[in-house]
Design a protein. Structure first.
Length: 480
């Protein structure tokens, strides 16, 4: 069966007036484009607009010169428009991935090559993010900040296909980094200078990491806020309440990385990860300390980024083996991923089944108490969490956590756009906004897994072919 059908009322005209809004696409980029007409009408389509409101059936969505110009039930198709029959399909806003690195753990290949290294996936990940319906990302910590910045330039200039990128500077890590790809800050002045330098180079956000001290974090926040730039953190040496009091804007991963409930926790010291996890796994969602923590985060307007896919891989026997993910991998990467997955499946004493459930309950409670939840995949851990596919899995896991499908989609679209200060431009399907949208087969409002059935991804009104993007990335994740 043909996934979708279109008819062109006017003759097909590649590029043309689109260029007023969108850069000229290189021949390499055009090879991935399926719809390049400046005027497009998607008819009889279900719309989930990204605002958390119920899906609306049988809409006509009109795009012109890269923007959405109409979303209506009875909209007449403008003359000259290319028509895409959206029967049986749903339009959702392009996903806004808020923990979407460009790197991925390298396979070790030789078992004695033990160092943890995270090479940039500068070829495969931009394609896979876009193919998965992710049209905007925040890189949320970089191991190769210059590569991220140059990828952003190349994508914005139309030279290569990929999502819109908000580039985070290098990790702001203290002494104790587990990879040589992170600079270890020596003091608060170093933190301030590092932030200042990378703002000059184009970074538009920063991420504090596990061994940063309170003095360094305070200096980094001060230097970033002076330029209207936000700071997030995957913290360990600093508890969530301490970070909120210091003025952090966002906390990555949620409760499972908060060490403040660890008995005997020393200030500015990251406790043993295993012990901290075992301790946290004993907590229950009804614990009054959690209610108080959430109240403080909400009062201080600290957002939390949910990254459930990476944690799911730690739960014995949980993350489904996704053939799309295996196809994306370099053979060595696939072998090691499946081996580690088997090792984890054999663990009988893992704290992760309890921790994963607690994290899902925490994210629900956080939103119920008024918190702003963002969504990302975090393509790290031991692997298996891959650009695009992981972002889709995140939305599915939010639904498993108890959010309705349209709420989960709102978390993964509009909430991110608002946090990035881009809510006037993207994050929802509304007239006037950039035409960043995903056409999926089926109805994610009923079955969230339909979010995986991507048929066409519009970025600034240009419709990219997910099949071609995936084909060009397959077999390379882990290497490039
Ligand atoms: Zn991360």
């Amino acid at each position: 069966m043909r996934p979708w059908v279109f008819a062109t009322l006017a003759g097909a005209c590649l590029a043309g007036p689109l260029q007023a809004q969108v850069p000229t696409l290189s021949a390499d980029t055009q090879a991935f484009v399926k719809v390049a007409q400046p005027l497009v009408a998607i008819t009889h389509v279900r719309v989930i607009d990204g605002n958390g409101t119920p899906a609306v059936e049988d809409q006509t969505v009109v795009l012109r010169d890269g923007r959405i110009i109409a979303v209506q039930g009875s909209e007449p198709v403008p003359q000259g428009a290319m028509v895409i029959d959206g029967n049986g399909h749903t339009l959702i806003p392009g996903l806004v991935g808020m923990h979407d690195h460009m790197f991925y753990p390298a396979p070790k290949v030789n078992p004695e090559a033990k160092e943890a290294l995270y090479p940039e996936q500068g070829s495969s990940f931009p394609k896979l993010y876009l193919a998965g319906g992710v049209t905007t990302i925040r890189t949320t910590g970089s191991t190769e900040p210059y590569t991220d910045l140059e990828l952003k330039k190349a994508i914005d200039a139309g030279k290569i296909p990929g999502p819109k990128i908000h580039t985070t500077g290098p990790y702001l890590e203290g002494i104790g980094s587990y990879t040589p790809q992170m600079h270890e800050l020596v003091d608060a002045a170093d933190a301030r200078a590092t932030v200042g330098y990378w703002i000059g180079e184009g970074a538009t956000s920063f991420k504090a990491y596990m061994h940063i001290t309170r003095a360094e974090l305070a200096a980094a926040i001060d230097a970033a806020h002076a330029k209207d730039i936000k700071v997030t953190g995957h913290l360990c040496s600093i508890g969530f309440r301490e970070a909120a009091e210091l003025g952090i804007d966002n906390l990555e991963h949620g409760l499972v990385v908060d060490t403040e409930f660890m008995p005997g926790k020393q200030v500015d010291v990251c406790p043993d990860a295993r012990a901290a996890a075992a301790e946290l796994a004993k907590m229950e969602i009804g614990d009054p300390r959690l209610r108080q923590l959430i109240a403080l985060l909400v009062a201080k307007r600290v957002a939390i980024t949910s990254t459930l896919p990476v944690f799911e891989t730690f739960v014995p026997g949980r993350a489904p083996v996704d053939p799309r993910v295996l196809d994306a991998m370099l053979p060595e990467t696939r072998t090691e991923y499946l081996h580690t997955r088997d090792q984890i499946a054999k663990k009988s004493d893992s704290p992760w089944p309890a921790l994963f459930k607690l994290e899902q309950a925490f994210e629900r409670a956080f939103v119920q108490q008024g918190g702003v939840l963002l969504a990302g995949l975090d393509p790290t851990g031991f692997g298996g969490v891959i650009a695009g596919y992981g972002d889709q899995r995140e939305v599915e896991l939010l639904v498993e956590a108890g959010f309705s499908p349209v709420q989960a989609i709102q978390v993964a679209t509009m909430n991110g756009a608002r946090f990035l200060g881009e809510d006037k431009e993207l994050g929802s399907i509304e007239p006037g906004k950039a035409a960043d949208m995903v056409l999926v087969r089926g109805n994610p409002a009923q079955d969230i897994q339909d979010i995986e059935n991507v048929v066409l991804v519009f970025k600034d009104g240009v419709g990219y072919d997910p099949v071609k993007l995936v084909r060009a990335a397959n077999g390379t994740v882990g290497l490039r």
